[in-house]
Design a protein around this ligand. Structure first.
Ligand SMILES: NC(=O)c1ccc[n+]([C@@H]2O[C@H](COP(=O)([O-])OP(=O)(O)OC[C@H]3O[C@@H](n4cnc5c(N)ncnc54)[C@H](OP(=O)(O)O)[C@@H]3O)[C@@H](O)[C@H]2O)c1
Length: 230
């Protein structure tokens, strides 16, 4: 018999998150909670799946923990949480405003931590997967203009190691994938005309398999998932 799992995907309205939900939803024994700001878009995307529940959720607000708790309270347990949402600002360093910096940090780092805080009361044995970027991975290839984005994503890398240490005696595991370029609206908006070597669907295939299985082998690990060198 298939294992019944409740899986939360944050940032599910488009791009990689949408493909993660599409892939998970084909298994009817999974219940998927799809979260992002654009509720209409998610309801439209996933209307053919009975096992996908869509919720409006905004990581940029200062009540993320309360928003998330409110959603999670209707569910008995959470087995997998994929923190996939992201905000990218591509701007020369000297032009970054205070709100550019704080918005990126709120959505990409603080909001992720607050979502995890809200999920913990529902977790016994669970895998949390944080989606960062190869630009947030030490020693990797870097891109000018991505200071706000990549440093906030680097904070999630550090959070992954710190959380895993603090929860190492529990059955809650956290790992982080640092993605290289995948063809999505985010990439097209930030770097018009750039062609990524991987589709959103292909990236989602790896992430879903990782989220379902990798906690058997690793905890607190930061994995670069990229075809670029270094
Ligand atoms: N594509 C790449 O090349 C690439 C490379 C490295 C890392 N990544 C990372 O991979 C993840 C997915 O990227 P993607 O390319 O699929 O991006 P995308 O197409 O822009 O999708 C991002 C998702 O995050 C959601 N989101 C954005 N701001 C939010 C907020 N304030 N509250 C809640 N949800 C929010 C968006 O939904 P709403 O707008 O409906 O809220 C959307 O569903 C991101 O974390 C990104 O940083 C992507």
């Amino acid at each position: 018999m298939e294992e019944k799992l409740t899986i939360v995907v944050v940032g599910a309205s488009r791009g990689i998150g949408k493909e993660i939900v599409n892939r998970l939803a084909s298994n009817s024994s999974y219940t998927i909670l799809a979260l992002s700001r654009n509720l209409d878009r998610m309801e439209n995307n996933f209307s053919s799946f009975k096992n996908v529940k869509c919720f409006s959720f905004d990581l940029s607000k200062n009540d993320v923990r309360e928003q998330a708790s409110h959603i999670f309270n209707s569910f008995k347990s959470i087995d997998i949480l994929i923190n996939n949402a992201g905000k990218l600002i591509n701007k020369p360093f000297v032009e970054l405003t205070s709100s550019d910096l704080s918005e990126c940090y709120q959505v990409n780092a603080i909001g992720v931590m607050q979502t995890v805080q809200a999920a913990l009361p529902k977790m016994e044995q669970a895998h949390i997967v944080n989606i960062s970027t190869i630009g947030g991975f030490q020693g990797s290839v870097k891109f000018p203009g991505l200071t706000a984005y990549s440093t906030s994503k680097a904070a999630v890398v550090s959070f992954t190691e710190l959380f895993a240490e603090e929860y190492k005696d529990t059955a809650i595991k956290m790992n982080c994938l640092c993605l290289g370029a995948a063809q999505t609206e985010m990439l097209e908006e930030a770097f018009p005309g750039y062609e990524a070597p991987i589709s959103a669907m292909k990236m989602a295939e790896y992430i879903v398999d990782f989220a379902l299985n990798a906690d058997q082998w690793m905890n607190g690990k930061i994995i670069p998932l990229s075809l670029s060198t270094p």
